[in-house]
Design a protein around this ligand. Structure first.
Ligand code: HT7
Ligand code: ZN
Length: 844
């Protein structure tokens, strides 16, 4: 397999002025005719004409109307072409039914569907399938199916021929086509300048009643982008289609977003609160791509963070406005640490802008997306809100219609602020999570804080340079009063000291408020200080951090010295839980115990070897202790947060339910599931039913309820995904492999459906104590399934190999077992390029 390097970028030899595509849709033999107006690129010295193409049967090709016979390889075709502009025409045949990779044109439940990012368009027709070739598209679809959609504006219907025109030049990865039998749920939006937009969601029959929430989220996103970024929608129609077989969450194709049905369909009966939040965020994310991604796109795939980091940042801002900034920030940081820090500390670590890849699909990662968003958040903090706004206005004005780079992006900030961002730019090229170590000293009313930064080596990058790290700092006195309001310290050197005078007592530093930089902050643990922060820090993020630090210390003490559960910590948690001055959503987050992977990571960061089975036992013991200590308070809390009236997924209702769910989970450790059984029996929404079932199963009371749940929901595929996951994540860890083996035989298990695969195999692999059973049985089960999946869906298979990315954290025996499982996958005959790249990096 060939490695592609950023440094080798060359401008395209030919540009495209217009594309016309004509489809004769057929499940096994679709014909695609293309007419493309090419002209030589004045900025390229090459005249070599190459079109990407994979798995295509070329039926005919013409240049300026004359038949030609191109040279065809596995990757595409080349041909001799005239000196000036010319018209290329071709006809190819493809087989959508045989396309299980879900890239290009494929079938899902009888409907035709496309996925072209990153390099799927070349599986539809011969074309320069690279993001820096942008053109207006004209699409004609011949089909007897009731609906046939593509990008842009619909032209007049001519029976079984449907035409679409997209006036906005776009790269091929934003092309989309969908055809099938749908139900349509519609709404309208009027843009700030008064232009009407038709909004439609196309779904399978039976799903019509699950579109209202997504439509509201879409309208809110459209209004938000106008208000906050001054960005208006630019077509008369915005279509969304829900598809069951989809590799990721959704795709921002121009005017025709395609969504994994799990990322769009919602109803109180079938969807939990967390799903509502996710759907709202993904709808916003895809919509925001219309400007950050579509109108301004990436020059090449190394610049992926240009559109993804910025769009994640924008969707995070939106969710913060919709649902509360502090609570959202806590969730975003938890996700960043859980996925991106994990990635950055292992064999898959790579820069936000990678410098090489074999398969670009392997770089749609937490680093590109989530760390990419953190870089934008830091930039905004460093330049200030007003300059950020000016820079974004300049970005949109200067680069509309272009395919850009990170250099273009940073240049607008430099031009607006005059700041030299060359050191900041290192964040894009240097992988790894910086570790900032804190030393402090107080004497004579002066507090001195010394911060040291070190970024550990990552694959291919043994030596690191100091980064620009914005550290938002506040100081508290030991009685909890504020000694210093939030200040921004900017760390640019390997070590720097900061002094604060005029203090009447040694302060407690409240560091990295709001998580002002994606770093690991290390300071000697001081329990008394964390207890003050937990109850008094005006920065809610740092209250949450204090809770987490206390929780980790309590669990590490239990694991390392067989200490008893920490009463002071439990008492403090119970105080926060019942503190009615605090938002219930915050209380629920702050008082949940640290996740098991988080504890494993904390141990690994201290150079110790985590034992996931022991961690599981310690978490159970601590939960039970906390529940016994606060049983009455928990029962009161549970009952006080039962909502009456119609279900609403608004932030306040979700917060109340989250708090009562936390109380129920803890109570179940004492009553063995009695209260959960009552909740399960009366539950009329999934947010009540699913956690009740989880608690029952966790405490050995789930058999009947699990069967009943299946009977109730067997026709709702998204609920059945939950049913698969729940059984492996809530059964005793040492039974999970047996449970998973049984479920693999269930008639509803289907290797070809990514959601179902993730629901069972992904859930098993992401449950630490189940996955890391000492006998290696889960490693082997997962490896067996990946071996089976690789031929069907290499993209998904490659992505799922990341469940092994932390293998070096564990003891020698587990390491050997994981290596053996990965080596077995590596040795599979005809291993895909996608999976091969991943296992090679994992084992290197
Ligand atoms: N830009 C999209 C990324 C994507 C994708 C989506 C669905 C299936 C395969 C895909 N490959 C890449 C999604 C996004 O970031 O919004
Ligand atoms: Zn995106």
């Amino acid at each position: 397999s060939q490695t592609i390097y950023l440094k080798d970028y060359q401008a395209p030899a030919y540009l495209v002025d217009h594309v016309a595509l004509e489809f004769d849709l057929h499940p096994t033999a679709t014909r695609v005719r293309s007419t493309v107006k090419f002209r030589p690129n004045p900025n390229s010295s090459s005249s070599e004409f190459f079109l990407h193409g994979e798995n295509l049967t070329l039926l005919s090709a013409y240049i300026n109307g004359a038949a030609v016979t191109p040279v065809i390889t596995e990757a595409g075709l080349s041909c001799t072409v005239p000196d000036g502009p010319f018209i290329w025409q071709s006809e190819v045949e493809i087989n959508p039914s045989a396309n299980t990779e879900l890239s290009g044109l494929y079938m899902s439940n009888g409907m035709f569907c496309t996925q072209c990012e990153a390099e799927g368009f070349r599986r539809i027709t011969y074309y320069p399938d690279r993001p820096d070739v942008m053109a207006p598209f004209d699409v004609t679809i011949h089909s007897d199916l009731p609906y046939a959609l593509s990008n842009g504006e619909p032209m007049r219907d001519e029976g079984q021929t449907r035409r679409w025109q997209d006036p906005w030049p776009k790269p091929a990865y934003l092309f989309a086509l969908v055809a099938g039998e749908f139900q349509v749920v519609s709404d309208h939006f009027t843009t700030a300048s008064g232009k009407p937009v038709d909004l439609n969601i196309y779904v399978r029959d039976g799903d019509q009643d699950k579109c209202a929430f997504a439509l509201e989220a879409l309208k809110a996103s459209m209004a938000w982008d106008e208000r906050v970024y001054g960005r208006e929608y630019d077509l008369s129609v915005f279509n969304i289609v829900a598809v069951d077989d989809f590799n990721m969450g959704a795709m921002e194709n121009k005017g025709l977003n395609i969504f994994n049905s799990s990322a769009v369909l919602a109803s109180p009966e079938t969807t939990v609160d967390g799903n509502f939040e996710r759907i709202e965020a993904i709808i916003a994310h895809e919509y925001f791509h219309n400007w950050t991604g579509n109108r301004i796109t990436c020059r090449d795939w190394f610049q992926l963070c240009l559109k993804e980091g910025l769009t994640v940042f924008r969707d995070q801002q939106f969710s913060a406005d919709m649902r509360g900034a502090e609570v959202r920030r806590i969730e975003d940081v938890a996700a960043l640490r859980g996925r991106q820090f994990r990635e950055d500390s292992g064999p898959l670590a790579h820069p936000v802008r990678p410098e090489s890849f074999v398969e670009i699909n392997n770089f749609y990662t937490a680093t590109v997306y989530e760390k990419g968003a953190e870089l934008i958040r830091m930039l905004k903090l460093l330049v200030g809100d007003a300059a950020y706004k000016k820079a974004l206005d300049l970005y949109f004005a200067r680069h509309d219609g272009q395919a850009c780079t990170i250099e273009d992006w940073l240049a607008v900030f430099t031009d607006v602020t005059g700041q030299d961002l060359s050191q900041f730019k290192l964040w894009y090229s240097q992988a790894g999570t910086p570790i900032v170590t804190v030393r402090d000293h107080f004497a004579d009313g002066t507090y001195e804080l010394t911060l040291t930064q070190v970024t550990p080596p990552t694959p291919g990058q043994p030596n690191k340079q100091p980064l620009v790290i914005p550290v938002a700092l506040g100081l508290l006195y030991p009685d909890g009063t504020e000694a210093l309001d939030t200040q921004l310290l900017v760390l640019t050197e390997a070590e720097q000291s900061f002094r604060f005078s005029g203090l009447h007592a040694a302060p407690i530093p409240s560091l990295l408020r709001g998580f002002s930089a994606p770093v690991i902050m290390q300071r000697e643990t001081r329990q008394a200080e964390h207890l003050v922060q937990l109850t008094h820090d005006p920065d809610l993020f740092n209250r949450f951090e204090a809770s987490r630090e206390l929780g980790k210390s309590a669990l590490l003490a239990m694991l390392q010295t067989e200490a008893a559960p920490d009463d002071a910590y439990c008492g403090a948690l119970l105080q926060v839980m019942i503190n009615e001055d605090l938002d219930p959503a915050f209380r629920a987050m702050c008082c949940a115990l640290p996740g098991q992977d988080e504890i494993a990571r904390a141990l690994a960061e201290q150079g110790q070897t985590p034992d996931p089975v022991a961690i599981d036992a310690a978490v159970h013991q601590l939960s039970e202790h906390l529940a016994r200590q606060g049983l009455e308070a928990l029962q009161a809390l549970y009952h006080a947060h039962q909502l009456t009236g119609p279900f609403s997924p608004d932030a306040a209702s979700c917060g109340a339910r989250a708090l009562s769910a936390l109380a129920l989970r803890l109570i179940s450790h004492v009553d063995g599931g009695a209260l959960a059984a009552k909740q399960f029996a009366r539950a009329d929404t999934m947010t009540l039913q699913l956690p009740a079932l989880g608690n029952l199963n966790r405490h050995g009371q789930g058999t009947e309820a699990v069967a009943q749940f299946y009977q109730q929901w067997r026709h709702e595929r998204l609920v059945i995904d939950k049913w698969f996951s729940l059984q492996v994540t809530t059964c005793p860890a040492n039974k999970a492999v047996a449970v998973a083996r049984d479920l693999l035989k269930h008639p509803d298990f289907n290797l070809k459906n990514p959601n179902r695969f993730r629901a069972l195999i992904g859930a098993l692999a992401m449950t630490p104590a189940a996955f890391h059973q000492a006998d290696g049985s889960a490693y082997n089960l997962v490896a067996d399934q990946l071996i089976a999946l690789d031929d069907i869906n290499p993209q998904l298979c490659a992505r799922m190999t990341t469940v092994f990315e932390t293998w070096r954290r564990y003891d020698g025996a587990r390491q050997a077992l994981m290596r053996a499982a990965l080596s077995r996958l590596a040795a599979k005959p005809n291993l895909s390029r996608d999976t091969k790249e991943m296992v090679t990096r994992l084992l290197d």
